[in-house]
Write a protein that binds this ligand. Structure first.
Ligand code: NAD
Length: 459
């Protein structure tokens, strides 16, 4: 069977890829098991060289990668180039981590029964990592799994989104060109329910590293069995704007954080809470900047907002806007569907907390701007959700910033910028239903290794 990969802009077929079967998955896992045993014998210096070379090749082939990313994901060519730049760094960070996989000595004799005992612990690879990735960052989110997993001497079975498999296949070729020994990385293509679930429930996969929706994550937790699961799920990220903030600058950052990738980013700005005294000024600064965004073909240099990934995704977002309107929300700008896969960049205000656009992950080019009074009230509003990935706050007041750090139930608090900020070395991941575990090569390496304790009895 073939899977058609389509350009979200016009539905044209870019390529066809062979769909993997469950038998293919079983076969690949047996191959990877053998490959991993050999790969484990490679020195950390040799793993460093392979991952560093991969980073160099990504830089060298930036044009090809960014073209493929933009074409299959619908993100703009400018956004795709930025993604390649980030993946160059993610592989470089992973290369560096391959030299830092360390243990430490344990003071066994610090308890009465430890007399004459000494030893240490080491970190060993888990074996095969099952990496399952979404459509929106087809290169860098794959890099965040494959890079650290290979740095830690694991084999990887990768299942990218069926919407964006071409970048993953290109990356696999690049890793092998960089000198990765054979049978250490396999890419299988197929649906989540079928192939994804088969990987998740396979007993020879020791870690599932998943990035995607909460809905899929909930299914994964049910069928994984006894293995480690790392979940990077969605969010409805919020940003607090206090009345001492620089309104023009903040409005510019909200536009960057709210409409990049047509809002299809896990840390997209979805909910903005503005201190009531500056609400009108903030809205007046925001709307012209939203109006200036140019929607269109993602391959054109001057496009700011590309299409959404599918008509289905577009229709869902529109229905949530309509629901919010029925519950009293007001559309300040945009709100209409255009062609098959576009939505005008949209600003909504006065949305009730019971609306889907407030409680669920919207994943579209829509920002909700509501007002608040007092930092405690703002923190409560941000926390009023099952998600907890990142939050941003604009303030010049240190006490207010400290209250936000303490009170916000999220995996990352960004002071002075939008929640959409992510640097690749940082510990990245969510609290509550936004996930389990942390990515960022230094942190991911810990998730992809087991601790082995060693005891010497020296009577
Ligand atoms: P998705 O959940 O539909 O798919 C993600 C991946 O999971 C795909 O490869 C899919 O085939 C697979 N999958 C689906 N159901 C599965 C199952 N039952 N078992 C195993 N695998 C399954 O997500 P998507 O639409 O591709 O991406 C958007 C979502 O990803 C959003 O919710 C977004 O917030 C999230 N995301 C999170 C992060 C993060 O780092 N926290 C980053 C990017 C995207």
């Amino acid at each position: 069977m073939k899977i058609l990969v389509k350009n979200p802009y016009n539905g044209s077929v870019i390529s066809e890829v062979k769909a993997s079967t469950k038998d293919d998955v079983d076969r690949e896992i047996q191959i990877l098991k053998k490959g991993q045993k050999k790969y484990q014998g490679l020195s950390s210096y040799k793993r460093f060289v392979i991952l560093k070379k991969t980073s160099d090749l990504l830089r060298e082939h930036k044009k090809k990668f960014s073209h493929t990313i933009a074409l299959e994901s619908g993100k703009t060519i400018k956004e795709a180039r930025a993604e390649v730049d980030r993946a160059v760094q993610t592989f470089l960070l992973s290369a560096e981590e391959s030299k830092r996989i360390k243990g430490e000595t344990i003071p066994y004799d610090s308890v009465p029964e430890g007399e004459k005992k000494s030893g240490f612990y080491i970190r060993v690879p888990v074996g095969i990592v099952g990496a399952i990735t979404p459509f929106n960052f087809p290169l860098n989110l794959v890099a965040h799994k494959v890079g650290p997993a290979l740095a830690a001497s694991n084999a990887v079975l990768l299942k990218p989104s069926t919407k964006t498999p071409l970048t993953a296949l290109l990356l696999k070729d690049t890793l092998y060109k960089a000198g990765l020994p054979g049978d250490v990385l396999s890419v299988v293509i197929g649906s989540g329910e079928d192939i994804g679930n088969h990987i998740v429930s396979h007993k020879d996969i020791r870690v599932i590293s998943f990035t995607g929706s909460l809905n899929a994550a909930e299914k994964i937790t049910k069928s994984a069995g006894i293995k480690r699961i790392l979940l990077e799920c969605g969010s409805n990220s919020a940003c607090i704007i206090m009345d001492d903030a620089d309104i023009e600058h903040v409005a510019e950052r909200i536009v960057r954080g709210g409409y990049a990738l047509a809002g299809q980013v896990c840390i997209s700005v979805q909910r903005v809470f503005v201190e009531e005294g500056i609400m009108d000024d903030f809205v007046s600064a925001l709307i012209p900047k939203v109006k200036d965004l140019k929607m269109g073909n993602q391959m054109e240099e001057d496009t700011d907002i590309g299409p959404m990934i599918s008509k289905g995704a577009r229709d869902r977002v529109i229905s949530w806007i309509e629901e919010a309107k029925d519950r009293g929300a007001r559309v300040l700008y945009g709100g209409r569907p255009i062609d098959d896969t576009f939505i005008e960049p949209t600003v909504i205000t006065n949305a009730d907390e019971s609306c889907k656009i407030m409680g669920e992950e919207l994943f579209g080019p829509v920002v909700v701007v509501n007002k608040f009074s007092g930092i405690e009230n703002a923190i409560n509003k941000v926390n009023h959700t099952k998600y907890g990935l990142q939050a941003g706050i604009f303030t010049n007041n240190l006490d207010v910033a400290l209250s936000a750090i303490e009170g916000l139930e999220v995996g990352g608090v960004v002071i002075g910028d939008v929640p959409t900020y992510r640097a690749d070395p940082m510990p990245y991941g969510g609290m509550k239903y936004s996930g389990l575990g942390r990515e960022g090569p230094g942190f991911a390496v810990e998730e992809y290794t087991e601790i082995k304790a060693v005891v010497f009895n020296t009577p």
